[in-house]
Design a protein around this ligand. Structure first.
Ligand code: TXA
Ligand code: MG
Length: 342
């Protein structure tokens, strides 16, 4: 299959409108289109079409019981997706949509089981990105989309990453450059009496808590939850770089750890930390992720840096540990999953 790669920021309005029309026609025909969101790029197909789900799993090389997130551009689209638009869901939608929050609710019969991995719930979100909203508006259908990476690669934060992973496997890529956040959406499960956050993201526990009085504590995921494919990293192997990733030791110990590492060595850290090390060490690959004062900046650059490690065939990777409060919780969740486990 030829992949059409459209750079939405570099074309005129009329060409943009035409590209969206073409993208919508592809979706209605059962094809796949990759599109930007504010978190990461998505690999989209018609959420009412079971065979589109199969195509998505095929393209990604992902197990077909890992459920997909359904993307909407208008709250009215919820009526066809969920059994009931609960007051809590309404309230969260009002506060945070369009934005990086995914809500899980009991699903309607219109959503095929292939989309939800056989679960009786569906994950929905309204992305906060102009191109995503224009695209969904044009299709007039909810769009099922996982992150647009090959299984085993980090979520794509740039059109280039999507092209690298899915060229020849997707009909069209709508590329609007680097995304804003770079870490996947927060997922909250509202289908239980006591809602729980299954995946931390830019919208934090403290952001949500005031609107969900019965929200369970952040580490409330039970052993039973782990048996079901509820959220990334629970049942399926999460992304980890090809090389072994370790936390950068505190203080002076970092210098000897880096100097003694065997093989091609990469260093992923804040600018502040790099300033304390730069006269002492010379790693083969250096990724300064941003200022430690702005964890959003670190999150924005994280997945790109992971990809650089693989591209440069780094064998030993040291990454700084950041404070895990606020947005740091989402950041450290992704870093922790990528670190080497014996
Ligand atoms: O930011 C994001 O959420 C991006 C963009 C494209 O929207 N999407 C994304 O999709 O990260 P994905 O497929 O890589 O991760 C979504 C996760 C799945 O791994 C799945 O475990 C969980 O959401 N999920 C989806 N539906 C679910 C459901 N009904 N119950 C529990 N977990 C669900
Ligand atoms: Mg993913």
């Amino acid at each position: 299959m030829d992949t059409k790669w459209i750079k939405t920021n570099e074309i005129r309005k009329a060409d943009y409108d035409n590209a969206l029309k073409e993208a919508a026609a592809l979706i209605r025909r059962g094809e796949l289109v990759a599109f930007p969101t504010e978190t990461v790029y998505g690999l989209g197909g018609n959420a009412f079409d079971a065979s589109a789900a199969e195509k998505i799993y095929d393209a990604k090389g992902r197990p077909s019981d890992n459920p997909l997130i359904v993307h909407i551009s208008h709250i009215d689209m919820m009526d066809d997706l969920v059994l009931e638009l609960t007051p809590v869901c309404r309230r969260l939608a009002f506060e945070f949509w369009p934005g990086p929050l995914t809500m899980i609710l009991p699903k309607s019969d219109k959503i095929p089981a292939a989309i939800t991995g056989g679960l009786d719930t569906v994950a929905v979100r309204m992305p906060g990105h102009g191109v995503a909203l224009d695209f969904i508006d044009e299709v007039q259908l909810p769009i099922a989309a996982p992150s647009a990476n090959l299984s085993g690669k980090p979520s794509p934060t740039e059109g280039e990453h999507v092209y690298h992973d899915l060229n020849g496997r997707v009909a069209m890529i709508l590329d609007s450059g680097p995304v804003e956040i770079g870490i996947e959406s927060t997922i909250i499960d509202l289908s239980r009496p006591e809602p729980v956050i299954l995946r931390p993201g830019r919208i934090t526990f403290d952001d949500i808590k005031p609107f969900v009085p019965r929200l369970r504590g952040r580490y409330a995921i039970t052993a039973a939850d782990r048996e079901r494919p509820k959220a990334p990293g629970m049942k399926y192997k999460h992304y980890a770089p090809d090389g072994k990733m370790f936390y950068l030791p505190e203080g002076e110990k970092a210098v000897s750890a880096i100097r003694e590492a065997k093989g091609k060595t990469a260093l992923l850290l804040s600018n502040e930390r790099w300033q304390t090390l730069k006269d002492e060490v010379s790693p083969d690959l250096l990724c300064v992720l941003g200022s430690a004062e702005h964890l959003e900046e670190i999150g924005h650059n994280l997945f790109h840096a992971f990809r650089e490690c693989d591209k440069e065939k780094a064998e030993v990777i040291f990454i700084e540990a950041f404070p895990d409060s606020g947005f740091g919780e989402a950041l450290m969740n992704r870093i922790e999953k990528a670190t080497h486990k014996e």
